[in-house]
Structure formats: structure tokens, C-alpha cells
Design a protein around this ligand. Structure first.
Ligand code: C2E
Ligand code: MG
Ligand code: MG
Length: 264
């Protein structure tokens, strides 16, 4: 196991240097009319021998080794530039947003704020078009630090999302303590929503909770029309999932944006 990990680490180091990491984009759409709201940026590794490697196979190692810091910035920079290109192409796209995952280790990076400011400046992206996603467990690992860093990010004008909501931490008190704008309901609740009345009530309650706290709400992992219809009844604002599209590379996402613009 140790040898495998060591090998993976040196592979990942090389991948960063050789630009083997790339960003895939998964659409986030409005539940009401399926209009494109934006994309979540998800990292992929084009491994020379193994083909496409998914983040679940290397993100935790990247965290342990600190490689998540350069990796995170690569994804963030690429995603911001990509969104800017989409925005520049058509005025009607100027409201599109991009959502980027932020790991716990990145929150402890001393120059995180400066680097994000730099990327926003270079890419000329308005800060409110960038959303950063953190999970509940990341926030609760070190609440003081998280509150300070998230506060400074919010000060830049960047929007903040809580990812995988409902899976990480049982206390709700943190929702008020952090400057959060968006709540993403974890896929596990959405996939079981139409199975029992209890599961449906949980999703309903989360949507209401978000609304009462003045937060936007996104349902993750929407795979069926039935789920989408249900979310519409519950007045959930946004949805993301295979029903609309799997994460796609920049060229495919480009076509997705074009089609949306032409059909709306
Ligand atoms: P996440 O941020 O919760 O991203 C959503 C994950 O759910 C993605 O997996 C996406 O492909 C998958 N998904 C979306 N819709 C559906 C659906 O309808 N059904 C099913 N079964 N799955 C769906 P992915 O791309 O493998 O990413 C896994 C996790 O890795 C992400 O979860 C995120 O926590 C992490 N991750 C990905 N990219 C980055 C990154 O650039 N930086 C950091 N720190 N973490 C990342
Ligand atoms: Mg996410
Ligand atoms: Mg998630």
C-alpha cells in the first residue's frame, strides 16, 4: 500500500508539472425552466497509462501531500478563464456562474485570498460570478479559521456554497456563523426522495431551511424527471445531475452553452 501511495504521489507531482490535470464542467440549471445557471468545475486527471482518473482516486492523497494547493489553483484559474470566455462570447451569457470546490487544506493556505484575488483580476471575472464550495466537515474541522477565511472571501465579493449538505455534521448552528450564500443538498437525499414520504419531507425541510436563512438551494445528483418534478413542487431553485448532463470537457461544455443560448 505504501509503495502504491508513493508511486501515486510522484505520478501526481509529475501530472501537475506536465499539465495532465484538466477541468470538466457539469451544468447547474434552474428547476423552474431548465435555463442554464452555470457550471461546477470538477478536476480530471488524464493519466498517460491509466486514462481518465476521477478525483475520488487522488484528492485525498493530494490533501495529505499538500499537492492540493497547486492543484486547487490550477483548477480555479482554468475555470475562471473558461467562464470569462463564455461570458465574452455572448451578452446573454454574462450571468453564468462557475462553482469551484475548495478543500480544507486550501482554507489554511496563508496566501489563499491574495491568490484568488490575483486570478479574478487576471481573468477579469467579477467576483460574484465565482462560487466556492466547502463541505460541512471542512468548516467544522477548524471553525475559527474557517470563519475568518470565509469572511475574507465573502469580503472579496465571492459567493460561498456549503457542499454535500446533510452528510457531514449534525449541528445546524454553523449555518448562521458562516457567511454562506448557497446550500447544496447532498445526492443521497435526492436519490431516495421518491422512495419514502420521510425522505421527501427531509428534502422539503432542507429547501425551507435554506429559504428561511436567505440562502439559494441546489439539488445535487438529479437523475430522473420524477425527481425534477418533485423539486419543482418543493420550489427548489437549482438542480445539477446526470438528467441534464454528466461533467464534460471544455469543448463539449462549449457546445452546451451554445445550444442553450440559441434555444432560449
Ligand atoms: P462534489 O463537489 O460533491 O461533486 C459532485 C460529484 O457528483 C461529481 O463527482 C459529479 O460527477 C457527481 N455527480 C453529479 N451528478 C450526478 C448524478 O446525477 N449521479 C451521480 N451518481 N453522480 C453525480 P466527481 O467529479 O467524481 O467528484 C467527486 C468529488 O471530488 C467532488 O464532489 C469534490 O468533493 C471532489 N472534487 C472534484 N474536483 C475537485 C477540485 O478541483 N478540488 C477539490 N478540492 N475537490 C474536488
Ligand atoms: Mg462540489
Ligand atoms: Mg457535492
Amino acid at each position: 500500500r505504501a509503495v502504491t501511495l508513493l508511486r501515486l504521489e510522484s505520478d501526481l507531482r509529475r501530472a501537475i508539472e506536465n499539465h495532465e490535470l484538466c477541468v470538466y464542467y457539469q451544468p447547474i440549471v434552474s428547476v423552474e425552466d431548465r435555463r442554464l445557471h452555470g457550471f461546477e468545475a470538477l478536476v480530471r486527471w488524464h493519466h498517460p497509462e491509466r486514462g481518465i482518473v476521477l478525483p475520488t482516486d487522488f484528492i485525498s492523497l493530494a490533501e495529505e501531500t499538500g499537492l492540493i494547493l497547486p492543484l486547487g489553483l490550477i483548477v480555479l484559474r482554468e475555470a475562471c478563464y473558461q467562464l470569462r470566455r463564455w461570458q465574452q462570447r455572448s451578452l446573454s451569457d454574462s450571468d453564468l456562474i462557475i462553482s469551484v470546490n475548495l478543500s480544507g487544506k486550501q482554507l489554511t493556505q496563508p496566501d489563499l485570498i491574495e491568490r484568488i484575488e490575483e486570478i479574478l483580476h487576471e481573468s477579469q471575472l467579477k467576483p460574484w460570478h465565482l462560487k466556492l464550495e466547502v463541505t460541512e466537515s471542512v468548516v467544522m474541522e477548524n471553525p475559527e479559521l474557517a470563519a475568518a477565511t470565509l469572511g475574507r472571501l465573502r469580503g472579496l465579493g465571492v459567493r460561498l456554497s456549503i457542499d454535500d449538505f446533510g452528510t457531514g455534521y449534525s449541528s445546524l448552528s454553523y449555518l448562521n456563523r458562516f457567511p454562506l450564500d448557497i446550500l447544496k443538498i447532498d445526492r443521497s437525499f435526492i436519490s431516495t426522495m421518491n422512495q419514502t414520504e420521510e425522505n421527501l419531507q427531509i428534502v422539503k425541510t432542507i429547501v425551507t431551511l435554506a429559504g428561511n436563512l436567505g440562502m439559494q438551494v441546489i439539488a445535487e445528483g438529479v437523475e430522473t424527471e420524477e425527481q425534477l418534478n418533485q423539486l419543482q413542487l418543493l420550489k427548489c431553485q437549482y438542480a445539477q445531475g446526470y438528467l441534464f448532463s454528466e461533467p464534460m470537457d471544455a469543448a463539449q461544455a462549449d457546445l452546451f452553452v451554445l445550444n442553450r443560448v440559441n434555444s432560449s
